[in-house]
Each structure stands twice: as structure tokens, then as C-alpha cells.
Ligand binder design. Structure first.
Ligand SMILES: Cc1cc2nc3c(=O)[nH]c(=O)nc-3n(C[C@H](O)[C@H](O)[C@H](O)COP(=O)(O)OP(=O)(O)OC[C@H]3O[C@@H](n4cnc5c(N)ncnc54)[C@H](O)[C@@H]3O)c2cc1C
Length: 512
């Protein structure tokens, strides 16, 4: 991709409004009527049970990997039970409805090389759409725009092309060859990540996040900050302070002191060819659950997990007790209060809270030193300055000349007083406080995939590498293979390609 197309497409990444979504549970994934809870003392399970304490991308991926047998995987004995504490599936793939229209509230964009998501979308006959593009983009420092692209609203292709060219020249003039260096850094990282899609015949199963990252050549990127990586790649300080910072603030609500890997993922999420699922990304999770034979318990929250030598006992807030031989935790443990017996130990990790505030109304041009709202860019990004009260404001949809739906990302809640300053008209406001993703801190320390040395698995250990729908699916696939290789006997498997790689990277043949 040339720097010019990069620049053009970056603006596409900025606006991510989705056209529709959902309020209620998606087309009723099978609720397990037959999953009879066991009363204490539970008998050892008569059959293998795999419990997934929910994770939408991951849990559904795990069940999806089994249900559709994508790589000729064996048919396994046993049932999969899945628990979701809320009344709907989707987790951080959620929608918000404002003034009767629905938009992505959490995970909104997918990369063109997110192959699991692409395959699921095809398999489920879902439609892809382009995220709505921001026609104009500006970098706000709290007093003025450091950079503002020009906007000429025209449907004439030649005019559009000219405007795009002028904007690209403008960006190249400001950041020079650093734009190309940044692009090379991102492409190198994406290339390494593609190793996770190689044929399972030659791809090991990983027992640790470190081993998984080392195998793809990504581990070192988690040891240093994005800033250090980009200094190493000889990017100009101006590009890092402005464009790169805007992107990490939009995508992870954090500065360029996040790890190099999270940073590269964030930068990749602002490139070209981005897409989303028409009607809401949550349909991937819902569709996979629907198509698999997983027994979904909704809403049912797991509050404790105890290991009794041969099986795990799971207690839910409904007073139900379930026994199972394998348990998968596919949600971040950081802000949860699940009680483990015996206790487990995971490194302390802070979640970055992102406040997503959706507003139907119209911005106040005076706040931005303008005389007309049309002069405010569709995407307002910001640099690092503790006085700045928001990370970004983007137009999700323009309803008329003086009627818009906006999305604001901020690290702290937006108060009414502040919103009244920023907006001239506010018809409706919907705030959402997300425990969004890890607060990245290089060098990263990873929790284990296997929490107790037995069969208690933790998919979200991988989120310290990067948090996206696709990385969740990639980690889930590995955990699914790990369960196959560690738990299911050779006799029940039709494939014999499952090797395990330890954290030291050395190959270790497990049960197979
Ligand atoms: C604002 C925002 C923007 C984002 N933008 C993007 C983006 O554009 N592209 C992208 O790829 N990613 C994006 N992400 C990240 C992405 O959403 C996550 O990485 C991904 O969805 C993680 O999925 P998951 O399955 O691990 O967890 P989650 O989606 O968080 O699912 C975990 C589920 O477990 C349930 N649960 C928790 N505890 C229990 C319990 N004890 N019992 C039962 N159920 C329980 C929760 O209710 C939740 O539904 C964004 C995230 C946020 C917040």
C-alpha cells in the first residue's frame, strides 16, 4: 500500500457507525433445557463436559471450532455448556440504540486479514459492510487544530480524487517518509501474525502466550513500548506525537507507551480495507453458538470454580452446581470476583476503561474556534495532554445538515457540563463505561493459558498481547487445540498433528 492510499484509508477507519444492531438476545441460540444442574455432592460427570465461562468471540469460537470441524478435526465426545451472565451474547461486540438507530458500541472494525472472522462471516452467510468513512480528519490540541484535512462534499469522482490527493500531499508534506516507515512496521507485524493461519499440520499447539508469540516472532514487540519500537524504526517525533498518538488513543484509549505489539495492532486497525458485519458484529458470536451444539445458559453467572481431583464444580448465582472435566474461562478475570478453590494465581492486570458516549445532536463550533459546524472535521482526534477531556469525537451518521449522531471516546466520564460546552444541541446522550482492554504495560507479563496445570484454561491470557475480536479467536483456536491434545485420548482423535510448544519454544509432544 502506498503512503497515499494509507492516508486516504486511514480516514475510513475513523468513522465506524454501524447501520443496525440488536437490543435483545440474537435469534435464540439454544438454551440448555436438558443441562440438568447437579445438586451437591455432585457425582463425577458421566460424560466429558467442557464448560466455557463465557467469552463471546472466544467461547463461540471454541464451540465453533468443534461444530464446523474446520480443519477436519475429530468429533469429540462430551457436551459443551456455555454460561453468559447477561441476557444477550456478544460481550464487547455490542450495539447501542440512540434515537431509534443502532450503532456498534464496542468492537466495531475488522481488518481485511482477520481470517477467522472472515471465515465465520462467510460460513454464517453474514453480510460484510464498509465502516462509514470520515470525510475529514483533524488533530485537536485543546486550543487549535494542528492538522485538518480539507473537505469538499462532492459526488463528482474527479473532485473526490483531487481532494484525496491534496489531503495526501498535505500529510506527506507534514510527516514525510516517516509515514512509509510506519506502514512498513505495521505490515511486518501483520505478516508475522499470519503464521497463526498456517496449516495445523505444521503449526504447534502452545501451552503459553509467550511460546505462541515467540513462534510467530512477535514476543519482542511485547517487551518494548510502541514509542521505543518506532524510535528504533526511525519515525519522526512529530508523527509519533500526532498521528500515531491519535490512533492509539482512538483504538486503545492509551498513549504510545503501550507495547509495540498492541501499538502495531492499533495502527493496523486504521489502515485500508476495514470491514464490519452488516447488522452488528455480535452476530458472529450468536451465529457460531446457534450452529454449534453448545448448550447456552443465559443469563447465568458463574461465581465459583472448585477442583475436586477429577472434575471441576462450577457454582452459579442461580444456585446451580455443574460438574465438568474441562473448564475454559474466556473473559478477562481482572474485574471479576470468581472464587477459585484451590486459589489460582494470575499476574495483576489493570483494564483500561473507555467511556463511549453517544450523542444525537450538533457540536458547538465555538468550542473548536469555528464559526460553523461544517468546518469541524468528521473525526476529531487528540494528542496526549492531561487537560484534554476526550480522546476522539467522530460522526457516526449525518442525518441532515444540522443533525448528527456522534461517538465520543474518553478516559473519564463526560460530565453534563462538559457535554453542554462541546455540544450546541443534545437531543439524546447514551454513556457506556467499558472495562475495555488491558492497560498495556511493556514489558508485558502474561497469565498462563493453563491456570492450574490440569484442565482449567484461560483464553484471555492472550489479551495482554493485543485485544481484538480476531486475536481472541486465534487464542481460542489454540486453547481448543490445547484441550484436544491434553485431554482427549489418542483413540478419540482422527488427526495426529497436535504437538505442543512450551513457553521456551521447545517442541513438546503431549498425549498424542
Ligand atoms: C469500546 C471498544 C472498542 C473496541 N473496538 C474494537 C474494534 O474495532 N475491533 C476489534 O477487533 N476489537 C475491538 N475491541 C476489543 C474487542 O471487543 C475484544 O477484544 C473482544 O470482543 C474480546 O472478546 P472476548 O470474547 O474475550 O470477551 P468479551 O466480549 O468481553 O466477552 C466476555 C463475556 O463473558 C461474560 N462473563 C463475564 N464473567 C462471567 C461469569 N462469571 N459468568 C458468565 N459470564 C460471564 C461477560 O458478560 C461477557 O459477555 C473494542 C473493545 C471496546 C470495549
Amino acid at each position: 500500500m502506498s503512503s497515499i492510499s494509507y492516508v486516504k484509508l486511514r480516514l475510513v477507519a475513523a468513522g465506524d457507525g454501524s447501520r443496525s444492531g440488536r437490543e435483545e438476545a440474537p435469534s435464540s441460540p439454544a438454551v440448555a433445557e436438558d443441562a440438568v444442574p447437579i445438586r451437591r455432592p455432585p457425582a463425577p460427570p458421566p460424560d466429558s463436559l467442557v464448560m466455557v465461562i463465557n467469552g463471546e468471540t472466544e467461547g463461540s469460537s471454541i464451540s465453533g471450532f468443534r461444530s464446523k470441524n474446520p480443519s477436519g478435526w475429530p468429533n469429540l465426545r462430551g457436551r459443551i455448556l456455555m454460561f453468559e451472565r447477561h441476557g444477550v451474547v456478544g460481550g464487547r461486540m455490542a450495539t447501542v440504540t440512540i434515537s431509534g438507530e443502532t450503532f456498534e458500541a464496542g468492537a466495531s472494525i475488522l481488518h481485511p486479514k482477520n481470517y477467522h472472522a472472515l471465515n465465520y462471516t462467510k460460513y454464517l452467510n453474514l453480510k460484510r459492510r464498509e465502516p462509514s468513512s470520515s470525510d475529514s480528519f483533524g488533530i485537536w490540541d485543546g486550543k487549535k487544530f494542528l492538522l485538518k484535512t480539507i473537505t469538499v462534499r462532492s459526488k463528482v469522482p474527479i473532485v473526490e480524487k483531487m481532494v484525496s490527493l491534496v489531503n495526501s500531499v498535505h500529510l506527506v508534506a507534514r510527516y514525510g517518509f516517516s509515514l512509509l516507515k510506519m506502514q512498513t512496521f505495521v505490515e511486518d507485524t501483520v505478516e508475522r501474525f499470519l503464521k497463526y493461519y498456517e496449516d495445523v499440520e505444521g503449526r504447534p499447539v502452545f501451552e503459553s502466550v509467550e511460546g505462541m508469540l515467540k513462534w510467530a516472532g512477535l514476543y519482542n514487540l511485547t517487551r518494548r513500548t510502541l514509542e521505543d519500537e518506532l524510535i528504533g524504526a526511525k519515525l519522526s517525533p512529530l508523527l509519533m506525537r500526532e498521528l500515531v498518538t491519535v490512533i492509539t488513543r482512538v483504538n486503545y484509549g492509551q498513549s504510545i507507551s503501550i507495547s509495540g505489539l498492541a501499538g502495531a495492532v492499533s495502527l493496523a486497525g486504521s489502515g485500508g480495507g476495514l470491514w464490519a458485519v452488516e447488522g452488528g458484529n455480535w452476530q458472529i458470536a450468536a451465529g457460531l453458538i446457534n450452529r454449534s451444539d453448545v448448550e447456552l445458559h443465559l443469563p447465568e453467572e458463574i461465581e465459583s470454580i472448585s477442583y475436586f481431583g477429577e472434575y471441576y464444580e462450577l457454582n452459579s448465582t442461580k444456585g446451580n452446581i455443574y460438574a465438568c472435566e474441562v473448564t475454559v474461562i474466556a473473559t478477562p478475570l481482572d474485574e471479576l470476583d470468581i472464587h477459585f478453590t484451590p486459589p489460582i494465581s494470575v499476574p495483576k492486570r489493570k483494564l483500561q476503561h473507555t467511556h463511549a458516549t453517544f450523542v444525537r445532536g450538533i457540536l458547538n463550533p465555538v468550542y473548536f474556534g469555528m464559526d460553523d459546524v461544517s468546518k469541524i472535521p468528521d473525526l476529531v482526534g487528540t494528542i496526549e495532554d492531561s487537560d484534554l477531556p476526550f480522546s476522539s469525537i467522530s460522526v457516526l451518521r449525518q442525518h441532515s445538515e444540522k443533525d448528527f449522531t456522534y461517538k465520543i471516546f474518553s478516559r473519564k466520564p463526560m460530565t453534563d457540563a462538559l457535554l453542554d460546552d462541546i455540544f450546541r444541541v443534545r437531543k439524546e446522550t447514551v454513556p457506556i463505561n467499558w472495562g475495555a482492554y488491558p492497560h498495556y504495560n511493556a514489558p508485558e507479563v502474561f497469565a498462563p493459558f493453563i491456570l492450574d496445570g490440569q484442565h482449567l484454561y484461560y483464553v484471555n491470557a492472550f489479551e495482554n498481547a493485543a485485544s481484538t475480536m480476531e486475536t481472541s479467536a486465534v487464542a481460542a483456536e489454540n486453547v481448543a487445540r490445547l484441550i484436544l491434545s491434553r485431554f482427549f485420548s489418542k483413540a478419540s482423535l482422527s488427526s495426529s498433528n497436535l504437538q505442543s510448544s512450551t513457553s521456551s519454544g521447545e517442541e513438546l509432544h503431549l498425549d498424542l
